[in-house]
Design a protein around this ligand. Structure first.
Ligand code: UGA
Length: 436
């Protein structure tokens, strides 16, 4: 008999995992404490934007294998429970807030059947899995616990779940590994590398991977600062070093840095956990990675001030992009919105456009002005700030946009626009890390 699965927490990670597991042929029940989210998902609608997931969800709802509920008691016949709840940064420090992880494991415990497996996918500080396992040993000794970190990127969530570049499982028994192999058999058959680890290593793999990615981005942004000081071009530098396969060209896009619900909070939580473990010195460099990242945002504001005026009260600034990256409506810790809010606080009239993120942005920053159309956003602007590299912005015709603005001045905060094209249409073009 095929295994029955549950997915607890139906955000970006959980909703994707639930639909993907259903597409592998499993019966899946998704649980979320938010009744509105559950209602939408049951109608085949997504409470957020993720390319391709809407189609997959609709397709899977039709099969009858996938359903969503707020009721934990409905999962008493489930074999494998995936914990996919959020672990945001605590309000009072750098550490991760584990409230939802503990609450979900506590809620599921009374409903765990004999031989069932609880599988953590949420990003947690090392040691959490063992602590949860100890708890379950008391409340549900008939079950086991494993850790299976998730590496999906927003914007590519479906692809990353169904064609991951590796599967990492932290287990303490062969039987737990066997169950997970059964869940992922088709991905294993397709050649996905399988890494068996112990619980702490599996937890660490995730934060180590995100720390490495954050380091790569801050590295190139540090190079961008040096390039500016030395009269060099960071985009050429990135291309040149990227040809070395030991370095690789990906994640070397200089600009306003990383944001989102993962990288910033993960490196901070990692530092906090290392400190608890007495290993803080080992991660001291992450403090610098965080500082370089936040400085990249400030550098854009410095460019605006240096070019226009220290006093921005007379200026209209058009911000292109609100989400933390393109192909997502996620505005959590978005560098673009942070810059927009800081410029508004400095007195500028700021108008923000985004293809998908205006509503979530409005909820976080209700006092910013938003424009549904790019043309309204840029009308009469003294400067355009290109802060999230949506395709729509790359496709803009500089000559057409030039007719609408007050001053043809654009700052490319993502090094994604065609500088020559904008310049030949008469624009002053400033890009981070490029001097001429
Ligand atoms: C990140 C990781 O890439 C995933 O592997 C991981 O599973 C996920 O976090 C998570 O922990 O859940 P994600 O937050 O979706 O995924 O976004 P990324 O594609 O990593 O981008 C993060 C930020 O870095 C964005 O703001 C992006 O604009 C920025 N970035 C990325 C750069 O500034 N330069 C680059 O070269 C690449």
């Amino acid at each position: 008999m095929a295994l029955k699965l549950s997915v607890i927490g139906c955000g970006y990670l959980g909703a994707t995992h639930a639909a993907a597991m259903s597409s592998l042929g499993f019966e899946v029940v998704g649980i979320d404490t938010d009744p509105h989210k559950v209602e939408l998902l049951n109608k085949g609608e997504l409470p957020f934007y993720e390319p391709g997931l809407d189609t997959l969800l609709t397709q899977e709802m039709k099969t009858g294998r996938l359903k969503f509920t707020t009721d934990y008691s409905s999962v008493s016949d489930v074999d494998v429970h995936f914990i996919c709840v959020g672990t945001p940064q605590s309000v009072d420090g750098l550490a991760a807030d584990l409230t939802y992880v503990y609450a979900s494991v506590e809620a599921i415990a009374p409903h765990l059947k004999e031989g069932s497996l609880v599988v953590g996918k949420s990003t947690v500080p090392v040691g959490t899995a063992q602590a949860l396992k100890d708890k379950l040993a008391i409340t549900a000794p008939q079950s086991d616990l494993a850790w299976n970190p998730e590496f999906l990127r927003e914007g590519f969530a479906v692809e990353d779940t169904l064609k991951p570049n590796r599967l990492v499982v932290g287990v303490t028994s062969n039987s737990a590994e066997k169950i997970l192999q059964e869940v992922y058999q088709s991905l294993i058959d397709a050649g996905t590398p399988w890494v068996r680890a112990d619980l702490p290593t599996a937890e660490l793999v995730k934060v180590a991977a995100n720390s490495f990615l954050a380091t790569k981005i801050s590295f190139i942004n540090a190079m961008a600062e040096v390039c500016e000081a030395a009269g060099a071009d960071v985009t050429v530098l990135a291309k040149a070093i990227g040809y070395d396969p030991r370095i690789g060209s990906r994640f070397l896009q200089a600009g306003i840095g990383f944001g989102g619900g993962c990288l910033p909070k993960d490196i901070r939580a990692f530092m906090a956990r290392a400190q608890e473990l007495g290993a803080e010195q080992a991660l001291e460099f992450l403090r610098e990675i965080d500082a370089i990242n936040l400085r990249s945002r400030q550098r854009v504001i410095d460019v605006v001030r240096a070019d226009l005026s220290e006093d921005l009260t007379q200026y209209k600034l058009a911000i292109l992009g609100a989400t933390f990256k393109p192909d997502s409506d996620d505005v959590r810790d978005s560098p673009a919105l942070d810059i927009a809010a800081q410029l508004q606080a400095a007195g500028a009239h700021v108008v923000v456009h985004d293809p998908k993120g205006i509503e979530p942005a409005r909820k976080r920053f209700p006092n910013l002005d938003y424009a549904e159309k790019i043309t309204d956003c840029v009308k009469g602007a003294d400067a355009i700030l290109h802060l999230t590299e949506w395709k729509e912005y790359r496709d803009l015709d500089p000559a057409v946009i030039g007719q609408l603005v007050k001053s043809k001045f654009i700052i490319d905060g993502r090094n994604a626009l065609d500088r020559d094209r904008w310049r030949s249409a008469g624009w002053r073009f400033h890009a981070l890390g490029r001097t001429d």
